[in-house]
Design a protein. Structure first.
Length: 115
Protein backbone atom coordinates (compact mmCIF):
# COMPACT_ATOMS: atom_id res chain seq x y z
CA UNK A 1 0.00 0.00 0.00
CA UNK A 2 1.42 3.39 -1.00
CA UNK A 3 1.30 6.63 0.96
CA UNK A 4 -1.68 7.90 -1.06
CA UNK A 5 -3.65 4.73 -0.39
CA UNK A 6 -2.74 4.97 3.30
CA UNK A 7 -3.87 8.59 3.41
CA UNK A 8 -7.21 7.64 1.87
CA UNK A 9 -7.64 4.82 4.36
CA UNK A 10 -6.93 7.20 7.25
CA UNK A 11 -9.36 9.74 5.81
CA UNK A 12 -12.07 7.10 5.63
CA UNK A 13 -11.30 5.97 9.19
CA UNK A 14 -11.42 9.56 10.44
CA UNK A 15 -14.99 9.87 9.21
CA UNK A 16 -15.93 7.40 11.93
CA UNK A 17 -13.87 8.99 14.73
CA UNK A 18 -15.68 11.40 17.02
CA UNK A 19 -12.58 12.80 18.76
CA UNK A 20 -11.78 16.11 17.01
CA UNK A 21 -8.27 16.38 18.49
CA UNK A 22 -7.39 12.89 17.26
CA UNK A 23 -8.70 13.76 13.79
CA UNK A 24 -6.56 16.89 13.65
CA UNK A 25 -3.45 14.98 14.78
CA UNK A 26 -3.98 12.28 12.17
CA UNK A 27 -4.58 14.83 9.42
CA UNK A 28 -1.33 16.61 10.37
CA UNK A 29 0.51 13.29 10.13
CA UNK A 30 -0.99 12.60 6.71
CA UNK A 31 -0.08 16.10 5.48
CA UNK A 32 3.46 15.73 6.81
CA UNK A 33 3.81 12.36 5.06
CA UNK A 34 2.60 13.85 1.77
CA UNK A 35 5.06 16.76 2.11
CA UNK A 36 7.87 14.29 2.79
CA UNK A 37 6.92 12.35 -0.30
CA UNK A 38 7.13 15.52 -2.40
CA UNK A 39 10.46 16.46 -0.84
CA UNK A 40 11.75 12.94 -1.49
CA UNK A 41 10.81 13.19 -5.17
CA UNK A 42 12.49 16.59 -5.46
CA UNK A 43 15.68 15.34 -3.79
CA UNK A 44 15.73 12.24 -5.98
CA UNK A 45 15.53 14.45 -9.09
CA UNK A 46 18.30 16.74 -7.79
CA UNK A 47 20.41 13.66 -7.04
CA UNK A 48 19.88 12.35 -10.57
CA UNK A 49 20.89 15.70 -12.07
CA UNK A 50 24.02 15.92 -9.91
CA UNK A 51 25.01 12.34 -10.75
CA UNK A 52 24.62 13.15 -14.45
CA UNK A 53 26.81 16.26 -14.10
CA UNK A 54 29.41 14.24 -12.22
CA UNK A 55 29.46 11.53 -14.90
CA UNK A 56 29.96 14.19 -17.57
CA UNK A 57 32.70 15.89 -15.53
CA UNK A 58 34.53 12.56 -15.25
CA UNK A 59 34.36 11.98 -19.02
CA UNK A 60 35.88 15.25 -20.21
CA UNK A 61 39.49 16.34 -20.49
CA UNK A 62 40.86 19.82 -21.07
CA UNK A 63 43.14 20.46 -24.02
CA UNK A 64 43.49 23.00 -26.83
CA UNK A 65 41.52 25.68 -24.94
CA UNK A 66 38.39 23.51 -24.63
CA UNK A 67 36.96 20.44 -22.95
CA UNK A 68 36.71 17.25 -24.99
CA UNK A 69 34.60 14.18 -24.37
CA UNK A 70 35.97 10.90 -25.70
CA UNK A 71 34.18 9.91 -28.90
CA UNK A 72 32.66 13.37 -29.42
CA UNK A 73 34.15 15.27 -32.38
CA UNK A 74 33.18 18.71 -31.06
CA UNK A 75 34.63 20.44 -27.99
CA UNK A 76 32.77 21.99 -25.06
CA UNK A 77 33.09 25.58 -23.88
CA UNK A 78 35.70 25.92 -21.14
CA UNK A 79 34.20 29.20 -19.91
CA UNK A 80 30.71 27.76 -19.39
CA UNK A 81 32.08 24.53 -17.95
CA UNK A 82 34.46 26.20 -15.50
CA UNK A 83 32.15 28.97 -14.33
CA UNK A 84 28.72 27.31 -14.42
CA UNK A 85 29.45 23.59 -14.66
CA UNK A 86 27.52 23.46 -17.94
CA UNK A 87 28.58 21.27 -20.83
CA UNK A 88 27.82 23.59 -23.75
CA UNK A 89 28.96 22.14 -27.08
CA UNK A 90 30.87 24.62 -29.23
CA UNK A 91 29.71 25.32 -32.78
CA UNK A 92 32.20 25.16 -35.64
CA UNK A 93 32.74 28.37 -37.52
CA UNK A 94 33.66 28.67 -41.17
CA UNK A 95 37.26 29.65 -40.37
CA UNK A 96 39.36 26.56 -39.62
CA UNK A 97 39.94 25.77 -35.99
CA UNK A 98 37.55 28.39 -34.66
CA UNK A 99 34.54 27.50 -32.55
CA UNK A 100 31.97 29.70 -30.86
CA UNK A 101 29.84 29.11 -27.81
CA UNK A 102 26.11 29.61 -28.35
CA UNK A 103 25.64 30.38 -24.64
CA UNK A 104 28.39 32.84 -23.71
CA UNK A 105 29.34 33.90 -27.28
CA UNK A 106 33.05 33.21 -26.62
CA UNK A 107 35.15 32.35 -29.68
CA UNK A 108 37.83 29.72 -29.20
CA UNK A 109 40.71 28.68 -31.45
CA UNK A 110 41.58 25.01 -31.16
CA UNK A 111 44.12 23.02 -33.06
CA UNK A 112 42.95 20.09 -35.15
CA UNK A 113 42.01 17.30 -32.79
CA UNK A 114 44.19 14.24 -32.84
CA UNK A 115 41.95 11.16 -32.48
Amino acid sequence: MGIIDNAKAIKDALAEVANLELKQDLLRIVNDALELQGTNRQLAEENRELAEKLRFREQVTFRDNAYWCEGDPDPYCSGCFDSKGQGVRLARRSDAGHYSCPACKQTILVSVRQV
